[in-house]
Write a protein that binds this ligand. Structure first.
Ligand code: CA
Length: 487
């Protein structure tokens, strides 16, 4: 049949199916596999995230590729395993940009494909070529690697500088009160958290006891910028408003990509007063409610603006839940009521499933069947070629060297995802490898553990000794991955 003979409605439908979707990628922070009601939580309420799952596909074998923030975000952005590049462990608040501006990123590829691109939220990938001066225009940063608009927390909530940076400039900075940031060397005369615990609204361990901002002690020192400093209780409101404002600026006819990286539920967990006491898990549960509210505001804006049907919304987390909190608001004992990582072993910072198997929900009313579930092996690292495929955009040569297009698995709950995936903790070691339903976990000292996740998801039986051939096979696969020349 000639194309021109297709009934008009069918031709229109085919055209609509091929149109590039808007993409909203929500990368929450430290949300564990057991933290949402749609993943089995019982002591919190997550109606907006549950709605997203009801209207889309809930993935049960999706991974953050690292069990801590910076390497996960590096891999998502560049499609390259962070362990291939030294210095991509958890970044200090004054680290330099970890991704060279010439490197294709998920944002630059979509921008090249005609998308309007924006990031709102936690960056944690360094800024500048040299130690950034927060009193000047800060570059290179998000703009130089593909974002038209950026409103970011430079590192994390528990690290200095405690300010927002919008399009390269600190928001609300008074030039007569310049900012200085230091990691290691003490600066200024302000008391630290260690010296004046009486000034703190939440107790902190020693590593989080340097500069005091808004009654919370942090990692790192900071002086000046008093008017620009954030108020922890208001961070979620601010980021949500900026994300919604970005959506409101978009026009039908030009696709957009919003990378929304909420601070919740990373420490310090300081919920806005309206969320306090609303969960049964103390402030940790309350910030889950706050995060769910953020997602609800974004979904509401997509509905209101008429974007919902043609927008792919993905919600996931940058690593598993943290069980042992470094801050203590007096409610930490309540966290045991609802294990952050459900039945999984381990937590943030470990290579057991609790460190990197994360919630992953994808909704796209035009293309994804509502209320479905998928057991496909998925990784954040694959988003660049996957989004490019959905956008009909070719990848530049050498882009995303460790990633594959998993758009079929995103759209079809029965389709297969990856065959293998390398997982990491903070730096070059330790690494783990998933191959099918098997997992090999290696230790820097050469020891390894082997788990059969199909029959032992909680990783209780190390089969390395009883299945030496399989352990060897996975070790060889991992060695092959490691040996690939770093592009
Ligand atoms: Ca994190």
């Amino acid at each position: 049949m000639k194309k021109s003979l297709l009934p008009a409605a069918l031709a229109l439908a085919a055209f609509a199916a091929a149109a590039p979707p808007n993409i909203v990628f929500i990368l929450s922070d430290d949300v564990g596999y057991g933290d949402l009601v749609c993943y089995g939580a019982t002591k919190v309420k997550t109606p907006n995230l549950d709605r997203l799952a009801r209207e889309g596909t809930r993935f049960t074998d999706a991974h953050s590729t690292a069990s801590v923030c910076t390497p996960t975000r590096f891999a998502f952005m560049s499609g390259r395993y962070a362990w291939r590049q030294a210095g991509t462990g958890i970044a200090a608040g004054n680290a330099t940009l970890l991704i060279k501006p010439s490197t294709p990123t998920v944002a630059s590829v979509l921008k090249q494909g005609g998308y309007a691109t924006g990031i709102v939220g936690k960056w944690h990938l360094g800024l500048g070529d040299t130690t950034p001066d927060f009193n000047k225009e800060i570059a290179p940063g998000p703009r130089e690697i593909g974002f038209d608009y950026s409103f970011i927390i430079p590192a994390t909530g528990d690290r200095t500088p405690c300010v927002f940076v919008e399009n390269g400039r600190v928001v609300g900075l008074d030039p007569s009160d310049p900012i200085e940031v230091s990691y290691g060397k003490r600066i200024g005369t302000d008391p630290t958290g260690l010296e004046r615990p009486d000034l703190l609204k939440i107790k902190a361990d020693q590593s989080h006891s340097q500069a005091i901002v808004n009654g919370v002690s942090r990692i790192g020192y900071m002086t000046g910028g008093k008017k620009a400093r954030w108020v922890d209780e208001d961070i979620a409101d601010t980021l949500t408003a900026k994300a919604v404002a970005f959506l409101e600026k978009q026009k039908a006819g030009r696709p957009f990509f919003l990378y929304l990286a909420p601070h919740d539920i990373h420490e310090p967990m300081v919920p806005h007063p309206r969320f306090r006491g609303t969960s049964q898990c103390g402030w940790r549960g309350d910030v889950i409610h706050q995060l769910d509210w953020t997602v609800g505001e974004v979904l509401g804006a997509l509905d209101r603006l008429g974007f919902a049907k043609d927008t792919l919304v993905i919600f996931t987390s940058d690593n598993g839940g943290a069980i042992k909190n470094t801050y203590d608001d007096g409610t930490n004992h309540l966290h045991a009521l609802q294990p952050p990582n459900g039945a999984l072993r381990g937590q943030k910072g470990t290579l057991y499933e609790g460190g990197h198997r994360v919630p992953f929900i994808a909704r796209w009313p035009a293309r994804i069947r509502a209320g479905t579930g998928s057991a496909a092996l998925m990784g954040h690292i694959d988003m660049m070629p996957t989004f490019a495929a959905l956008a009909g955009q070719a990848l530049p040569k050498g882009a995303a060297p460790d990633a594959i297009d998993v758009s079929k698995a995103l759209l079809d709950p029965k389709a297969k995802g990856r065959d293998t995936l390398v997982l990491q903790n903070n730096n070059q070691q330790p690494l783990a490898l998933r191959a099918g339903t098997w997992k090999l976990l290696t230790r820097p000292n050469g020891a390894s553990e082997l788990y059969d996740l199909a029959n032992d998801l909680a990783e209780t039986k190390n089969l390395a000794a009883s299945e030496p051939e399989r352990a060897k096979e996975l070790a060889a696969l991992l060695a092959t991955e490691r040996a690939k020349s770093a592009p």
